[in-house]
Design a protein around this ligand. Sequence first.
Ligand code: FAD
Length: 382
Amino acid sequence: MSDILVLGAGYTGMAAAVRAASRTRRVGGRVTLVNASPTFTERLRLHQTAAGQSLAVHPLEEIVAGTGIDVVLGRVTGLDAERHEVRLDDGRVLGFDKLIYALGAVTDASVPGVDSHAYTFADHERAVRLSEQLGSLRSGTVVVVGGGLTGVESAAEIAEAHPRLHVVLLSRERLGSMMGECARAHLDAVLERLGVEVRTGVEVRKVLPDAVELVGGELIHSDATLWTAGTRGLPLAAGSGLSVDTRDRIVVDSVLRSVSHPDVYAVGDAAAVTQKFGVLHGTCQGGIPTALHAADSLAATLRGKTPKQFRFGYIHQPVSLGRKDAVIQFTRPDDSPRRWYLKGRLAVAYKEAVSSSPLPTYWLLKRGLVPVRAFALSAGLP
Ligand SMILES: Cc1cc2nc3c(=O)[nH]c(=O)nc-3n(C[C@H](O)[C@H](O)[C@H](O)COP(=O)(O)OP(=O)(O)OC[C@H]3O[C@@H](n4cnc5c(N)ncnc54)[C@H](O)[C@@H]3O)c2cc1C
């Protein structure tokens, strides 16, 4: 018997748990999945929630039905990697033989005022609170800080859903900086059409209750501020003695085991996974393959076999621009743009297929129908 504990039932923790359950059943693996909430949060859609759309609710127990996985509800407050113990907020202590750490990331709140005066996408509840605030405003300004894809998607979604509100998007760099010229031009054109005021080359110094203050002192009035600029791992990984990088992500080796504690695997946004082209950035596109691979590495180890090396390459940057437009930049494995891109209705359909794919993937995984190789091939690797 081996007790396998999976922390976090987001996109990657769920994938890892379902995969580990099916891969370790014959060698006596017992999988327990720990999560703070009883439902699955579709993080990819939190900007839709913030804009006021009500989305389907997926109870964790329904997703794992038939897998033999035990779901434990609770917030993880401590991890002792040496003693192989995890502590929950209600005082329970869970032991493990092998651990898959998939607790995602938190907002980097190092700029003063983010914690107290800005909305974030830390969880579903906070996205709902933002939607309530936006719904209560008859007019006013919404400031979205961060010109990454989450900031762009959020600004577009809010502007489309609330045309009476003025949306300002603040970014240090130009938008879509990792896209090709044509895709970027489409992104800029749609934001302009939706009336989003884009200001690039700016840096926020402070978030105030009714404004953001830029470096240089300029104040931009804000009735609601959404902070999407930067994430980092939870402090509990570093506190547990695991090796972490400068953004508190757990540093893993080529088979996705912690470099300091080989009984701990880390996946998704919580892990610093290095490939030839650099460290993966936090996406489902890269995260779900890490989850499947970590579960396979763990299963191979329990069977006394040598795990395979993880190899991954990106295929696309899918960006929704409200419900009626989107842009998909196809990429090389290192995430640099290829010539091809999609825009308009075709891109909307593509993006929707991407966003809704994780749940059917779990269903297929339960039935052993998704070979992990499929993800590597889809990523353009030989
Ligand atoms: C608005 C938005 C749009 C995005 N769009 C895209 C996109 O188009 N394509 C793409 O690839 N990526 C996109 N991303 C990024 C993607 O959502 C993340 O990379 C992905 O969610 C990472 O998965 P994860 O399992 O590592 O973390 P998460 O999905 O965040 O899951 C973490 C889980 O751990 C639980 N948890 C956290 N802390 C604790 C604790 N202390 N105790 C117990 N449970 C805890 C959480 O409740 C959650 O269930 C987007 C993100 C946002 C916010």
